[in-house]
Design a protein around this ligand. Structure first.
Ligand code: 13P
Ligand code: SF4
Length: 347
């Protein structure tokens, strides 16, 4: 791997929000709220596109109303194929932006536009563009968890579900890569492919909290458990994994592997879908750093937690929180995303 730390720009300090506390709803209130949302969705010809990390009620509603619950790659594909007029994206901002970039004619609404991502926050477009300018010989590959402006500077966008295949493909063509922003995912991809990758210094504040030493101890307590790790986690956690993969790959592992117990190193919002697909399996959250760490260290993304039935209803009622992308940025960003989708379709 090449590195030129002297030329790397400083990444901003990430302000990690506290998890919002949503008022408790009893079963009747929740059912009535879901009915109101369903009615407004019909009026708008809207479809719900949710990530596996958001609140279980939103994931269930997406399924009940013909929407999708998926990883970033499938969310992008689903939005592009949907005939709905409005995409309600429950996830974080880059997911709504990707939907809008691919579907400029559609209205894209999100429960909270402040729901961002530490990787996106840690890779501002200006310094990133300067970094690219310093390395014109490299193919620019950015993770989906970036702003539209950063994607506009990229040759390729990848998600965790397809990063290995795309980098392998570029490496086989002899291309050197500039990778941003997640250094852990980047390092994992670099180790697996042997590609020449120059890294941006970003990280996910949720996955970075998973700790290798504590995981070793937990594995000793559960020797028959399979260890499932999202590749945004640090090397010492990835190195202990039986399966490393996107959220979809980890869910499939719970379904397909014979083990009865799984230690899971990713956001625990995923447990709802894992439990739905494999109700008899036991899921254990991988250990985090605990209090005093860089985020609340609870294996739950504070930005994903900004999505709830309550603010989804508000957004549908008022039509606010719409994603807008300047057309010149959109036109430059769509190529990197479409290249990934075309690559995925060609396999
Ligand atoms: P996936 O694409 O694997 O769902 O990952 C998205 C993400 O933000 C993980 O933290
Ligand atoms: Fe971003 Fe990490 Fe949250 Fe995923 S879990 S959206 S990478 S901060």
């Amino acid at each position: 791997m090449s590195a030129d730390p002297a030329k790397k720009p400083d990444i901003p300090v990430i302000q990690v929000p506290r998890h919002p506390q949503w008022p408790h709803l009893d079963a009747r209130e929740k059912a009535a709220l879901k009915d109101r949302i369903r009615a407004m969705m019909r009026e708008r010809n809207a479809v719900l596109v949710a990530h596996y990390y958001v609140d279980a009620d939103l994931q269930a509603l997406a399924e009940e109303t013909g929407g999708c619950v998926a990883d970033s790659l499938e969310m992008a594909r689903f939005g592009a194929a949907s005939e709905a007029d409005t995409l309600l994206v429950c996830g974080v901002r880059f997911m709504g932006e990707t939907a809008k970039i691919l579907n400029p004619e559609k209205t894209v609404l999100m429960p909270d536009l402040a729901a961002t991502c530490s990787l996106d926050e840690g890779c501002p477009a200006g310094p990133f563009s300067d970094f690219c300018d310093q390395h014109p010989d490299r193919t620019v590959v950015v993770y989906a968890n970036t702003s539209a402006e950063v994607k506009a500077r990229a040759d390729w966008m990848v998600t965790s579900g397809i990063a290995l295949d795309i980098v392998r493909h570029l490496h086989a063509r002899g291309e050197k890569i500039l990778w941003a922003p997640d250094k852990h995912l980047g390092h994992y991809v670099q180790r697996m492919t042997g590609a020449d990758m120059l890294m941006w210094d970003g990280a996910c504040v949720v996955h970075e909290e998973f700790k290798g030493f504590a995981l070793e101890r937990l594995r000793r307590l559960h020797p028959d458990a399979a260890v499932l790790v999202h590749p945004e986690s640090p090397d010492e956690v990835v190195d202990q994994a039986d399966v490393v993969g996107s959220t979809t790959a980890l869910i499939q592992a719970v379904q397909q592997m014979p083990n009865e117990e799984f230690i899971v190193a990713t956001d625990d919002g995923i447990f709802w879908k894992m439990q739905q697909m494999a109700p008899n399996k036991r899921l254990i959250s991988a250990p985090t750093a605990g209090e005093g760490a860089t985020c609340e260290s609870c294996a739950h993304c504070p930005w994903m937690a900004m999505n709830a039935l309550q603010n989804l209803e508000q957004v549908l009622r008022e039509g606010h929180n719409e994603i807008h992308i300047e057309e010149s940025v959109r036109q430059r960003a769509v190529g990197a995303i479409q290249r990934m989708l075309d690559f995925a379709a060609s396999r």
